[in-house]
Design a protein around this ligand. Structure first.
Ligand SMILES: [Zn+2]
Length: 127
């Protein structure tokens, strides 16, 4: 994370803890989850609004806002073993599976196609 200019090692540790806590929440894990960061609460038109001046706090504030708005369940974890990224499902029926159909979805389609083709070829070779 330092190579991406995200900050000092203590901030990176906080960011990793926050990422782990958010990931656990997306996966529906129960139990204690902690995350650190600086989030401010401001009253705007009588409504509390969370904000932050740093990236970690902004992510945490956005997460809280999505939970309040009832959109938390739209967060998903990509099931590709070599990906496992969190993404926000914007599909109308909430059926999106992959973080990116162009990358992970197509890779899985190609893998399934190769398996099917291999099985058909071995069946033909046995005949
Ligand atoms: Zn993915």
């Amino acid at each position: 994370m330092t190579e991406r200019g995200l900050g000092r090692s203590s901030e990176i540790a906080q960011a990793r803890a926050a990422r782990a806590a958010l990931r656990s929440s997306i996966e529906g894990s129960s139990g204690p989850q902690t995350a650190a960061g600086v989030v401010h609460i401001e009253l705007t038109d009588g409504v509390p609004v969370l904000s932050s001046s740093d990236a970690l706090g902004a992510v945490l504030a956005a997460s809280a806002r999505l939970a309040v708005l009832g959109s938390w369940e739209r967060f998903k974890i990509c099931p590709a073993d070599d990906c496992l990224r969190a993404f926000f499902d914007r599909s109308r029926n909430r059926s999106r599976t992959w973080c990116s159909m162009q990358v992970c979805g197509n890779r899985e389609k190609a893998r399934t196609f190769r398996k099917r083709t291999r099985a058909q070829n071995s069946t033909l070779a046995a005949v």
